[in-house]
Write a protein that binds this ligand. Structure first.
Ligand SMILES: Nc1ncnc2c1ncn2[C@@H]1O[C@H](COP(=O)(O)OP(=O)(O)O)[C@@H](O)[C@H]1O
Ligand SMILES: [Mg+2]
Length: 472
């Protein structure tokens, strides 16, 4: 018995279960991804626990095995092992170490006596594959032809916009072309980059992500290209950079628009010449890394203003992928909503909440300026704040209810503003007076109509000196 909750895998034809390797010893494990692929699983290799958790959070349904080093297996609360168990309870965790690997599964530990990690892994993979095979056959019998896909691997959505993204990922399978992903924050740029990596021939090699906006320019060069010992005051040891570590794999350069101008030149040179030197070094190192860059800014504008080099832009923009904001693909909202409800309910070990129509309406009609990330956060907050899984409108953030209201109906009152504009205060004052007239001065009714609390209404009335106006 390998994986008790194999039924939770929602794989589509062609999407394989994932084996997540969280380890930075690339030399030791070099041949492991190849081996995993040969068993019809997708390997995904990340260098540290933080990235491992990011993968688990976004793809917990797909990960079937997690391979970690004994260092990550600390049993104390708050460690990677405990978090992984919670986020992906169905996944088996294989812990490697000098004493030979052991396996954590379904709440128990099993020791493996064999010295070969591959042989042990083989046994586990075969068990899962067998179960998956049975499930696939079952799904094939039930599947109907579907013109628009509802998901692609872990990416969820059925809109035309997201289907165009699926098609591009499909087209990129057999190439190593550089990709530039554009989209507002939270639209899923990193998820798309991971999926491109997993579906490409580079899937057996590392996927490394680096946020160009989060690292100071002074450290970025060494992050990308590494440094030699003594290259600068704090360089006590030689260190490999992302280009070297991700060799053969994929490097995701997030928020590329934030990259310092001096580094833009250096990056361009590496992309053209496919070689670089570590900071403070003189050895030329060859590199074979696929670059996927992403930006939430309008890079063309930055090119025009001179903030971003045009030659680098064209070098990166070989295959552009634009992910539309969520408000422009509203058909995806119900699917994503259900998905995150399931994910967080499982993570928090609570039943799926029963949503009133009111809550559902508010969630479906909101404009989500923070896109999918905001939707996920709202669902998580909703589940945290509504005990027992019963959800009523009061648990929704107030701004969502208000904005949701605004997103559905325009008041239709404002057709054209006068040339000089209107002062908000004047409009508000007039609105208060008119509403109170309508309710015959009943403040509670007026507050309700305005969608504010009675306290706030009193406050506004006194601000505008209307407290003694026609009201009870
Ligand atoms: N289409 C999608 N289906 C499922 N999850 C998604 C989708 N788009 C985004 N997400 C999730 O939303 C969060 C934000 O996505 P991310 O890729 O980090 O966005 P970006 O890099 O554009 O800011 C992540 O948790 C990601 O897994
Ligand atoms: Mg991002």
């Amino acid at each position: 018995m390998i994986c008790s909750e194999i039924e939770t895998f929602k794989q589509l034809k062609g999407n394989k279960p994932l084996v997540l390797i969280v380890d930075d010893r690339y030399r030791t494990f070099q041949s492991l991804p190849q081996f995993i692929s040969s068993k019809d699983f997708d390997p995904l290799w990340v260098a540290d626990e933080q990235q491992g958790l990011a993968v688990l959070n976004s793809q917990s349904n797909t990960v079937s095995i997690i391979i970690i080093d004994i260092k990550s297996a600390e049993m104390g609360g708050g460690g990677f092992f405990q978090k992984a168990r919670r986020i992906a309870p169905h996944a088996a965790i294989l812990i490697t170490g000098p004493m030979g690997p052991f396996l954590y599964q379904g709440g128990g530990f099993y020791e493996y006596s064999g010295p070969s990690l591959k042989r042990d892994l083989n046994t586990i993979l075969m068990g899962i594959a067998q179960k998956m095979g049975a499930k696939d056959r079952h799904e094939k019998r039930q599947s109907k032809p579907d013109e628009h896909r509802h998901r692609f691997g872990v990416i969820i959505g059925k809109s035309r916009g997201i289907n165009a993204v699926y098609q591009l990922i499909e087209n990129l399978k057999h190439t190593s072309a550089t990709v530039l992903i554009q989209g507002e924050s939270g639209t899923g740029k990193e998820l798309v980059a991971q999926t491109i990596c997993q579906t490409s021939t580079r899937k057996n090699f590392p996927f490394m992500a680096i946020n160009c906006g989060a690292i100071p320019a002074s450290l970025m060069e060494s992050e990308l290209f590494g440094h030699e010992r003594g290259a600068f005051t704090s360089a006590m040891q030689q260190r490999k950079g992302k280009f070297e570590i991700a060799s053969g794999g994929t490097l995701f350069l997030d928020e590329i628009g934030e990259l310092d101008k001096s580094l833009q030149v250096k990056l361009l040179r590496v992309l053209q010449e496919k070689e670089f030197q570590r900071v403070g070094g003189n050895v030329t190192i060859k590199t074979d890394v696929r670059i996927i860059a992403a930006t939430s800014q309008d890079l063309k504008k930055d090119v025009k203003s001179g903030r971003f080099r045009d030659d680098l832009f064209y070098r990166l923009n070989v295959v552009p992928i634009t992910i539309p904001p969520l408000r422009d693909r509203r058909e995806d909202i119900p699917l994503l909503l259900n998905h995150f409800l399931e994910v967080y309910a499982r993570e928090m070990d609570m039943p799926l909440p029963v949503m009133t129509e009111e809550v559902k309406d508010a969630l479906l009609s909101y404009s989500y300026p923070g896109n999918v990330r905001e939707l996920a956060n709202i669902v998580e907050r909703l589940l945290v704040t509504c005990p027992g899984g019963e959800s009523i409108i009061q648990y929704l953030p107030e701004e969502l209810c208000q904005k949701a209201g605004m997103a559905i109906h325009s008041t239709g009152l404002i057709n054209q503003l006068p040339e000089g504009g209107v002062r908000l205060q004047d409009v508000e004052k007039e609105l208060l007076v008119k509403t109170l007239e309508m309710t015959n001065g009943n403040k509670l009714a007026a507050a309700k109509m305005l969608g504010i609390t009675r306290r706030l209404l009193y406050l506004r009335l006194s601000e505008y000196g209307l407290s003694s106006s026609k009201c009870h």
